[in-house]
Ligand binder design. Structure first.
Ligand code: NAD
Length: 312
């Protein structure tokens, strides 16, 4: 858990950086990325008009992998995080992709406006917005301070609304766009000691469905992904506080493992792509190895897994 993000020294309000040369439309080289099996893959669909995507929280974890995955598919990226997501930009650029960065706290409306301006200045249009930036907070409800509760709602729910509104305006004017909110299975079920986090993710799914109803008829699809536990810095920080162990998670998942940033970014890439998910709107796509589907008990679950929770 990173905790309310007010901690470690906030960056100056916002600044942007362009890394990677811009090339005229229809004249791009396909970016080359190593695939999961290490053999390398070439991003497709670059012969036509290139697409653009904005991703928040892109410096690490799910956001970084989502940015890389979209670059693999030929998107030009506008990336934001509290600090400039330089490593992600460099990784994308080193493989022939194109990305710009913007630093700042996305709960600040001025930062959001600056991010939209940077994306527009670099790429003109934004086809896809991935609202990924988020913070975790694990604490019993009775001791939770109102400020901490509000901060989690600000980052995980108010900021995605501000970003959807800001990027959505141009998408609605174009009559085309896809917004993907990174929620959680904590937005679908209750989990003790996560009152603020779960309320924020339940709210984010409600926001997703409402914007889908409001904007779907004007060509802008709005969907959510709901990962189970993912091995990122967020999980490492929560586990470092002794709040749970790997076996607590793997023992609860029918498929016997954590989600990976690849699992989640594949779902994001699917929802981004009109050709693949053009009639999917207002959906909360679970990426949890069966966690929320499984209403059985632990010994029953284990009896259907291999030794040590291995998937048979
Ligand atoms: P992470 O902590 O590794 O990365 C989150 C990124 O968001 C960081 O780079 C951080 O700097 C950035 N960020 C945080 N607050 C910000 C702010 N106010 N403005 C701009 N950037 C900000 O986390 P992650 O595990 O990659 O999580 C990404 C998203 O996935 C979050 O929304 C999280 O709630 C969700 N999620 C995570 C898990 C998990 O187990 N890790 C499970 C389900 C959902």
């Amino acid at each position: 858990m990173e905790g309310p993000a007010r901690s470690k020294g906030r960056p100056a309000r916002s600044r942007s950086l362009v890394l990677g040369s811009r090339s005229p439309r229809n004249e791009r080289r396909a970016p080359v990325f190593p695939s999961a099996d290490g053999r390398g893959s070439v991003g497709g669909r670059l012969s036509g008009e290139s697409r653009t995507a904005a991703v928040t929280g892109a410096a690490r974890g799910i956001g970084r992998r989502a940015a890389e995955r979209l670059a693999e598919r030929g998107y030009r990226l506008a990336l934001s995080d509290l600090r400039m997501p330089e490593e992600t930009i460099r990784a994308i650029r080193s493989r022939g992709g194109e990305a710009i960065g913007h630093a700042g706290d996305v709960t600040d409306a001025a930062v959001v406006e600056g991010f939209v301006r940077s994306a527009r200045a670099a790429w003109g249009r934004t086809d896809v917005l991935v609202n990924n930036a988020g913070i975790s907070l694990i604490a019993p409800a009775e001791g939770l301070s109102p400020d901490d509760f509000r901060r989690v709602l600000e980052v995980n729910l108010v900021a995605p609304f501000l970003l959807a509104q800001a990027f959505g305006a141009a998408m609605l004017a174009e009559g085309k766009g896809s917004i993907i909110n990174v929620a959680s299975i904590a937005g679908l079920v209750g989990i003790a000691d996560r009152a603020a986090y779960n309320a924020s993710k339940h709210g984010l799914i409600g926001l997703t469905r409402t914007l889908a109803a409001e904007w779907g008829g004007r060509g802008v699809r709005v969907n959510a992904v709901c990962p189970g536990w993912v091995k990122t810095d967020m999980d490492a920080a929560d586990q470092a506080r002794g709040l749970y162990a790997d076996s607590d998670i793997t023992g609860r998942v029918p498929m016997g493992r954590f989600a990976t940033p690849d699992d989640v970014s594949s779902a994001i890439a699917f929802l981004a792509d009109e050709g693949e998910s053009g009639f999917v709107n207002g959906h909360a796509l679970v990426v949890d190895g069966g966690w929320t589907a499984d209403g059985g008990w632990e010994s029953l679950r284990r009896s259907h897994q291999g030794p040590g929770g291995r998937v048979l």
